[in-house]
Design a protein. Structure first.
Length: 182
């Protein structure tokens, strides 16, 4: 039985789950999933003419000649993901011809990647496809509702980030949550 207090929570879970599934169903490009698309975007930003930290550009993409190689560790850190996960994704993108690995001439152990012309083209296609799909969804909501929705989502994200940080406990080196509870 649902009480008055659980109805908003239940609706929130259902809405978030529907949004997650709908978002998961959108493809930036036929051969590119959103994780790969995000990796290409990060490479564009980090390897772009301005280098890190760069603003997220909506396009057009910088030509490959302007892209600087980005170390895998830097890419993983910027995306908040593990090095093995990024390395796997880069291998998949490399097999699609979207990125190329570049060795550091001073240290052969260091691997870096940069976008290829094909990667830039696929990124452009992904930007255009996602912009079209998201524009249609936003138009259906209307400008006033969209502004309100974005403000509320940003506030909710900020609150959830605070709660997650509190759950995580202090930064490494300090006592963790499990040690604090002893």
């Amino acid at each position: 039985m649902q009480t008055h207090d659980t109805v908003p929570l239940s609706r929130f879970f259902q809405a978030m789950d529907r949004l997650r599934r709908a978002w998961g169903g959108l493809e930036p490009a036929p051969q590119l999933n959103k994780s790969q698309f995000g990796t290409l975007m990060a490479l564009q930003i980090l390897g772009g003419p301005g280098g890190p930290p760069g603003p997220l550009q909506e396009g057009p993409c910088a030509p490959a000649a302007e892209g600087r190689p980005v170390r895998l560790g830097v890419l993983a850190h910027a995306m908040g993901q593990s090095l093995p996960a990024i390395s796997q994704r880069i291998s998949a993108l490399e097999s699609l011809g979207c990125v190329e690995r570049v060795n550091d001439p001073r240290d052969r152990r260091v691997s870096a990647v940069r976008l290829t012309q094909a990667g830039h083209a696929l990124l452009e296609q992904g930007y255009a496809n996602m912009k079209q799909k998201l524009s249609q969804a936003m138009e259906a909501i209307g400008p006033e509702n969209l502004t309100l929705l974005l403000e509320l989502l940003e506030r909710m994200a900020a609150q959830l980030e605070k709660l997650a940080a509190a759950d995580a406990g202090p930064a490494p080196g300090g006592a963790g949550r499990a040690e604090q509870e002893k």
